[in-house]
Design a protein. Structure first.
Lengths: 427, 460
């Protein structure tokens, strides 16, 4: 049955082909913690189908089932028929925004997030909160314990913030050390710029040391994942066009990012413009150039780090890296290059941490349950460091580690590599 | 559904365990088949006592109860009737209550996922052998209700062979405990056997007590490819009559092989007409090795064009992953599939395979053949497009002929999926009038109000 003729909808085969075998329930984090059919991929596919075919109203509650998906992509991978339930929930959020647009999303994803300058200005109070010593003082006094659990968890997400966003201090062009072997474009993601500037500075240093001249265009906009998660595929496309045009002018061979989510989204640009004659080829060419930093480094000859890191280290696979980009061996290879480092595999390393963008804010209870399983596994490893190349995962892991009272440091794998290179900092 | 009943259900199981939104009702209306109907309410009990109270309430209201696990059934046994009623989903009863190493038993709630139960007992060096393909997305309670099988049943037997005791909520709400830890028990009728495979029509299985065995320490797996389906099916008997009992002996025809290869890229030869996956296991490595080598020799002397042994655990698990994905992967080939579950005496496999191919040719729709050939259990899958009414009509005729073929060689309708809704019309022919009559009497005795999964198993 054809309803809603004038809006952009998911391909029919993505819901008609579901045979309801239920295999996806075995790997879905939101199903596993709720044990409720509507919270699993098979249920969401059925609801999407019934909504689009007119058997069910496209109600707020139906939309909520789509919003409640963590988009960890585990169902996409396991589906024996080859449909992509996680993508379907994103497409359904887009359907919802076309039927019943929410004004605040325009403000947030259209007016604020794509503009790095505005983002930097709006997050200044957070930097002041930390830099002024206020955060330290509150911790010292134990004042955060007075906050309700939920607020305390959100407060704990904040990493140690940089004095200034990296965009303001990183030169647009950083020359390779020694002979230039590669000319690399660096896509500096919003979260990396604002929250994890020190990690991205480390990324640039490691690239530079290994023969890369690094060009970082300063006018990049958000990769688009936040807008996509909230159903604004139209805004994603605007941001994508901007970024594609920007990097076309940069004249680089590859585009590297150290954010798993940015990388996964940038690699999908090609698929966002299917059937758009003006942009399809340009977007596909752009996507083909994108590499996660660990993916890029593992494919080129690397200098052996001289420093040692004496620590037991484990690794959490970000969904957007392992399943989104099929990159999972490379970060482990890089960690394996570091002398002294004892690598221990995290059980269920690719089980979602529960961050999923903003789910700790929007779906707190579920998010906490999902991350508790991660912590059970982490506690068993005895690791003192957990590495993960995704700002969302790192924030979630920070919260989780503090909740549990574990003595575990959360880092980007590239930070460890950088430390091992900068021998003086090596522990 | 009336608000008063909902309120009473909430009182019993709590607000978060009663689902009534249109969205929640819609997704508890299906299982692993294409059948569908919407329930009036979904209840997710957390313990046996709650089930008992819910059933008591339903009995006073004459509300039909459809018990459900993870909804992976292939006979529409957990699909509500069009008249609605209550779906009782046991997924939240997912605790393992006891693993008894001394007596080698496990006591678990019905909603425990079978693979998780297996993993838990294996940590204690114990082994729960039944391994339906849905092992990661079906519950132990559902497995008992359908007497689930799987590849390993050739050597180890089916779910029912491991049931030592059950906790069952009867149609009037009474809680019945059958059996116990003793292995031998002829005190009265075998009620474990009665409730196992009863598809929720006689009582609601809420807890299970299962017998375990020692975990085999070694397993060897071989893949044998055959130029003809006939020679592959004859080889099955050659192996079994040679005095070897492999853990598993699986048959796949050419379409099945192609389908797996397309989905999993294992490097299978798609030019051959059939393949066998053979596995031997045990606690003594040399015996396991000797048995698999004997199987390999038999395959080679039975016109096997290529016989390979899995060289390591990765190759072995890839083969089994492929085999478990078989049925769902068929959906890549056609919009719909109807998977049957006939079982025949194993000497009749070559003949029934021939008959299946004739049926496929006669009606012009593909029938993919694979299954647990070692125990005579085949899964012929008809591929079709349900939107074309004319094809559906042909499918119905084909199903009838497939069942007739199985019965003609001394076989039966279902080895491990159950009757549910889909096989009801053929039941009388399979069982005979006397057996059907007795079974109806049992149903009448245990569920006089006909509120437990009504409309299942028995023809109208």
């Amino acid at each position: 049955m054809e309803t809603l003729p004038n809006i952009e909808k998911p391909a029919e085969s993505e819901y008609l082909n579901c045979i309801r075998c239920g295999l996806c329930l075995a790997v879905c984090p939101t199903y596993q913690v709720s044990l409720k059919e509507a919270a699993g991929p098979r249920g969401r596919v059925a609801l999407a189908r019934k909504g689009l075919e007119g058997q069910l109203e496209l109600s707020q509650n139906l939309a909520e089932q789509m919003n409640a998906c963590f988009a960890c992509l585990a169902c996409n991978d396991i589906c024996p028929v080859g449909i992509h339930p996680a993508e379907l929930t994103l497409a359904m959020r887009h359907v919802q925004e076309q039927i019943r647009p929410a004004g605040w999303k325009q403000t947030l994803f259209g007016g604020l997030i794509p503009h790095p300058g505005r983002m930097e200005a709006y997050t200044l109070p957070l930097r002041l909160y930390q830099r002024s010593g206020l955060r330290k003082l509150l911790y010292l006094l134990g004042a955060t314990r007075l906050l309700p659990r939920r607020l305390r968890d959100l407060e704990a997400m904040l990493p140690h913030l940089p004095q200034r966003p990296l965009r303001q201090v990183l030169p647009e062009r950083v020359e390779a050390r020694g002979q230039e072997r590669y000319r690399v474009g660096f896509f500096l993601g919003c979260a990396q710029n604002l929250l994890f500037a020190e990690e991205s500075a480390a990324t640039v240093r490691v690239l530079q040391r290994n023969g890369c001249t690094v060009l970082t265009p300063k006018d990049t906009q958000c990769c688009g994942m936040p807008a996509r998660g909230y159903g604004r595929l139209d805004l994603v496309r605007e941001q994508a066009k901007h970024n594609i045009a920007l990097f076309e002018q940069a004249g680089v061979e590859v585009i590297v990012t150290d954010c798993a989510t940015c990388g996964s989204t940038l690699k999908e640009y090609g698929s966002f413009f299917q059937g758009d004659a003006a942009w399809e080829a340009r977007a596909a060419a752009f996507s083909a150039q994108v590499r996660d930093v660990s993916e890029f480094l593992a494919a080129i000859p690397l200098e052996k780090p001289q420093g040692r890191i004496e620590a037991r280290v484990t690794y959490h696979d970000p969904c957007h890296l392992r399943r989104g980009q099929k990159v999972w061996q490379q970060p482990r290879q890089l960690l394996g290059m570091i002398d002294g480092l004892e690598f221990v595999e995290l059980p269920e390393a690719d089980w979602c941490c529960g961050s999923a963008g903003s789910q700790l804010i929007t779906h707190y209870e579920t998010s906490v349950k999902v991350m508790e399983r991660k912590m059970d596994n982490l506690a068993g490893t005895g690791a003192s460091i957990i590495a993960s190349g995704c700002p969302g995962c790192q924030m979630q892991l920070n919260t989780a580690v503090r909740r549990r009272g574990l003595e575990v440091e959360v880092v980007h794998p590239i930070t460890l590599l950088d430390q091992a290179y900068e021998v003086k900092n090596g522990k | 559904m009336e608000n008063k009943l909902i309120a009473e259900l909430v009182k019993i199981v709590g607000k978060t365990n009663v689902l009534t939104t249109p969205e929640d009702l819609a997704v508890y209306g299906y299982d692993g088949t294409f059948q569908e109907a919407r329930p009036d309410v979904v209840v997710l009990p957390e313990n046996t006592q709650q089930i008992s109270e819910v059933v008591r309430l339903a009995a006073t209201r004459r509300t039909p109860i459809v018990p459900r696990g993870m909804g992976s059934g292939l006979a529409a046994g957990s699909v509500p009737l069009p008249a609605g009623g209550m779906v009782l989903a046991l997924t939240r009863m997912n605790h393992i209550l006891e693993i008894d190493e001394q007596n080698a038993t496990v006591h678990a709630e019905a909603g425990v996922v079978t693979a998780e139960l297996q993993a838990a007992v294996e940590k204690h060096g114990l082994f729960y052998p039944p391994d339906p393909s849905s092992i990661r997305h079906s519950t132990i309670g559902g497995n008992v209700a359908c007497n689930a099988g799987g590849p390993r049943c050739l050597k180890y037997g089916v779910t029912g062979d491991y049931v030592l005791g059950l906790t069952v909520v009867l149609a009037d709400g009474r809680i019945l405990k059958t059996g116990g830890k003793p292995i031998k028990d002829v005190t009265g009728y075998d009620l474990n056997g009665l409730f196992t495979g009863s598809e929720g029509t006689l009582g609601i299985v809420s807890e299970v007590l299962l017998r375990l065995v020692a975990k085999p320490r070694f397993a060897k797996t071989a893949l044998a490819e055959f130029a003809s389906l006939d020679s592959a099916s004859r080889t099955v008997n050659a192996i079994l009559t040679a005095g070897i009992v492999p853990a598993s002996l699986e048959l796949m025809d050419q379409t099945a092989i192609r389908c797996i290869e397309e989905a999993m890229h294992l490097g299978l030869n798609t030019a051959v007409e059939a393949a066998l996956i053979i596995e031997t296991d045990g606690t003594d490595e040399t015996t396991v090795q000797r048995e698999i080598e004997a199987c390999v020799r038999i395959c080679q002397s039975s016109q096997g064009v290529s016989v390979k042994m899995a060289q390591n655990e990765a190759e072995r698990s890839a083969l089994w992953k492929a085999r478990r994905s078989m049925a769902p992967a068929l959906a890549r080939l056609a919009p719909n599939k109807l998977g049957e579950d006939i079982t025949v005496p194993r000497s009749a496999i070559p003949e029934v395979v021939q008959r299946l191919r004739q049926i496929s040719a006669k009606y012009g729709l593909p029938v993919v053949i694979f299954g647990h050939a070692g125990d005579g259990n085949l899964h012929p899958n008809i591929l079709f497009d349900k939107r074309q009414a004319e094809q559906w009509a042909r499918v119905e005729q084909m199903v009838a002929e497939i069942f007739a073929a199985a019965l003609a060689v001394g076989g039966t309708l279902s080895g491990e999926h159950g009757v549910g809704v889909l096989k009801r019309p053929y039941l009388e022919r399979a069982l005979g009038a006397a057996s059907l009559d007795i079974q109806r009497s049992i149903k009448q005795a245990l569920d006089p109000l006909n509120i437990l999964n009504p409309g299942k198993i028995f023809p109208n």
